[in-house]
Design a protein around this ligand. Structure first.
Ligand SMILES: Nc1ncnc2c1ncn2[C@@H]1O[C@H](COP(=O)(O)OP(=O)(O)OP(=O)(O)O)[C@@H](O)[C@H]1O
Ligand SMILES: [Mg+2]
Length: 381
C-alpha cells in the first residue's frame, strides 16, 4: 500500500514554494544589503520589488526575512498594507516588540543574536509571525514612528545586531502616510543604522510615487515571469524531493502551460500531483489531466475576480485591449473603441489603479498573465 505523501506544491498566495527559482539576482542584492548593514556600518538603500500579482513578491520578502534570520540572527518587522487602512500604528507596535526582543538579546560567538534560550532568528513580527513579547501596559499608538524606529535601531545597535523591515502591498499606501515613512527613514540614513528595508508592490507603485525621493533612490527590482529552465526546476524538483519524480514529457507539458507564471507553476504542479495519486511517477497523462483543473482554478481565482470587479465600460475597454496584439497601448484601445484617447483615458487610469492593467514602456498589459486569452475565450463562448 502506498503511503500518502503530502503535496509538495504551494498553490496559494503568500505560500513559500518548495523550490524558489529564478530570483538569484534579487536574493544576492538582499544578501548584499544585509552585509552592508551588518559589516560596513552603513544603512543600505531600500530594496523595492515590483511586479504583477502572483509573481512571488511576498514570498521573496519572506525569504529576505529568513536570510536575515539564518545568516545574521536578525528579526524582521513585517507589515502588509490593507486597502484604506493606515499602517503606521501597526508598524510602531511591531517595532516596539522588536526593540523589546533586541534588548533581551545577547550576541553569540560568530555574531548571531540569541534571546533567552530561543534564537532571535525565530522571530518575524507580522504576517504569520509569532509575538511572545510581554508589552508594557501603555498603548503604543501614541508613540510616533520616528521614536519607535529610533528605539528599535538603538536596541539593535546596542546588542551588535540589526533589524529588517518589510512592507508589502506598498501601492495601497496612503500617499501622506507613505511620504511620512519615507521621510523618517531618509532622515536617519546618516545615522548608519543596521537596518534593511524591503518593500513590495504592484508595478503601479513605480508610476505613482516618483515624488518620494527615498523610494526613488531605492534599488528597484522588477519581478516577472520565470525562464523556462527555472520553471522546469520549480516543477520537477519538489516532485523528485517528495519521492514521486516527474517524467520529462510531463515536465514539458506543465512548463509550457504555465508560461513561467509562478502562481500557475504551483497550481499546475499541485494538480499533477493529485492526478498521479498512488503512482510512482508523474507522467504525461497526469500532466494533461492537471491542465483543465488548473485552468479552472486560475480563472476562478484571478481572471473572474478582476472581470467581476470591472464596470460595464471598463469591461468594454478590457475586451478591446484583449483583442489587440501584444504591445498595444491606450491610443490603440481608444481607436479600437472609436473614441478619442482622452475620452477613454479615465478607464485606463481606473483599471491601472485597480491593479487589472499596468503600463509598461508605452504598452498596456494585463497584470495577470493569460487574462487576455481568457477574455477572448469568454467572448467566444
Ligand atoms: N520563484 C518562485 N518559484 C516558484 N514558485 C514561486 C516563486 N515565487 C512565487 N511562487 C509561487 O507563486 C505564488 C504567488 O506567490 P506570492 O504570493 O509571493 O505572489 P505575489 O507577487 O506576492 O502576489 P500578490 O501581488 O497577489 O500579492 C505562490 O503559490 C508561490 O508559492
Ligand atoms: Mg503578495
Amino acid at each position: 500500500m502506498s503511503r500518502r505523501t503530502p503535496n509538495p506544491y504551494r498553490p496559494g498566495f503568500n505560500q513559500a514554494p518548495a523550490r524558489l527559482v529564478g530570483r538569484d539576482a534579487i536574493l544576492a542584492a538582499a544578501a548584499e544589503a544585509l552585509e552592508i548593514a551588518a559589516f560596513d556600518g552603513r544603512t543600505p538603500r531600500p530594496l523595492l520589488l515590483v511586479g504583477p500579482r502572483g509573481v512571488g513578491k511576498t514570498v521573496l520578502l519572506g525569504e529576505i526575512a529568513t536570510v536575515a534570520a539564518q545568516g545574521h540572527g536578525w528579526p524582521t518587522v513585517a507589515v502588509e498594507i490593507r486597502p484604506g487602512t493606515p499602517f503606521t500604528a501597526e508598524l510602531v507596535e511591531r517595532l516596539r516588540d522588536a526593540a523589546t526582543l533586541l534588548r533581551q538579546a545577547t550576541v553569540e560567538k560568530g555574531g548571531r543574536l540569541r534571546v533567552s534560550g530561543g534564537k532571535v532568528s525565530a522571530k518575524v513580527f507580522g504576517v504569520g509571525g509569532e509575538v511572545d513579547v510581554v508589552r508594557s501596559a501603555a498603548g503604543s499608538a501614541a508613540v510616533p514612528l520616528d521614536e519607535a524606529l529610533s528605539d528599535a535601531a538603538d536596541a539593535a545597535t546596542a546588542c551588535g545586531g540589526g533589524l529588517v523591515i518589510t512592507v508589502d502591498e506598498l501601492q495601497l499606501a496612503d500617499r501622506a502616510e507613505l511620504a511620512n515613512l519615507a521621510a523618517v527613514l531618509q532622515q536617519h540614513v546618516a545615522d548608519h543604522w543596521p537596518l534593511v528595508v524591503a518593500g513590495a508592490g504592484l508595478p503601479s507603485l513605480r508610476e505613482r510615487d516618483r515624488t518620494v525621493t527615498y523610494l526613488e533612490r531605492g534599488e528597484w527590482h522588477e519581478l516577472g515571469l520565470l525562464e523556462p529552465a527555472d520553471t522546469r526546476e520549480a516543477l520537477v524538483a519538489p516532485a523528485a524531493d517528495a519521492g514521486r519524480p516527474m517524467d520529462e514529457a510531463a515536465a514539458d507539458v506543465l512548463t509550457r502551460a504555465s508560461g513561467g507564471y509562478p502562481y500557475a507553476v504551483q497550481v499546475l504542479g499541485h494538480h499533477a500531483w493529485r492526478a498521479s495519486h498512488g503512482q510512482e511517477r508523474i507522467g504525461v497523462v497526469h500532466a494533461c489531466a492537471a491542465l483543465s483543473a488548473a485552468q479552472r482554478d486560475l480563472s476562478a481565482g484571478l481572471y473572474a475576480s478582476r472581470w467581476n470587479d470591472a464596470s460595464p465600460k471598463e469591461r468594454e475597454y478590457l475586451a478591446a485591449l484583449a483583442h489587440l496584439p501584444e504591445g498595444a497601448g491606450g491610443g490603440d484601445v481608444a481607436r479600437e473603441l472609436g473614441q478619442p484617447t482622452s475620452g477613454v483615458s479615465y478607464l485606463r487610469d481606473r483599471l491601472i489603479k485597480k491593479g487589472t492593467l499596468f503600463p509598461e514602456r508605452g504598452a498596456l498589459r494585463f497584470l495577470v498573465p493569460g487574462m487576455a486569452r481568457w477574455i477572448r475565450e469568454q467572448a467566444d463562448a
